[in-house]
Write a protein that binds this ligand. Structure first.
Ligand SMILES: [Zn+2]
Ligand SMILES: [Zn+2]
Length: 172
């Protein structure tokens, strides 16, 4: 699907709005229509390449939104659920199994490799691949994340306050 994203084209460059093609969700993946996105200092650290995520990239990892579609096998959410996006994790290591995914053994690979494990990237354009962060890229009209990236929020909670909600729900 066609999306509009704020891309980071080069080290330290200003964010640029441009159209991108977003891949369909694979098994375990979810497309979220973004309602907002917080700008975290980690996004700026990546923009300035202190973390060497390949560029160009769509940054952003703290956004509220509405589930637009889900890939095969997704059971945590259904379309129209309200969610907040957060970091990614493997789900299989000791700390993930213990319910502490922030300490995932593979945290860096799952959040800063810039692509899925097989090297593919959900957003792309004619000129080539566009990378991402945190298993998502929420500086866009739609983001493709994994089921594990999502915090489900009550439908009555104001989505525009989602970044604050995430802080409460993730660290409670
Ligand atoms: Zn952050
Ligand atoms: Zn893990």
């Amino acid at each position: 699907m066609l999306i509009t994203a704020a891309t980071t084209e080069a080290k330290g460059a200003p964010f640029t709005l441009s159209p991108l093609e977003l891949a369909d969700p694979r098994p375990g993946e979810v497309v979220v229509r973004m309602v907002g996105a917080g700008v975290c200092h980690t996004d700026l650290v990546v923009r300035d390449q202190w973390y060497p995520v390949p560029l160009p990239a769509v940054l952003g990892h703290e956004g509220p939104g509405v589930v637009a579609s889900v890939g095969d096998g997704v059971t945590f959410v259904v379309p129209d659920d309200h969610v907040v996006l957060t970091f990614n994790s493997c789900g299989g290591c000791r700390t993930c199994v213990q319910g502490r995914p922030a300490y995932c053994d593979q945290f860096f690979a799952y959040n800063f490799a810039g692509s899925r494990g097989d090297g593919s990237t959900p957003p792309h354009r004619e000129a080539g691949d566009v990378h991402g962060v945190f298993g998502q890229s929420s500086f866009a009209t739609y983001a493709l994340a994994t089921e594990r990236n999502l915090v489900k929020v009550d439908q009555t909670a104001p989505l525009e306050k989602g970044t604050a909600l995430k802080a409460v729900l993730t660290f409670a």
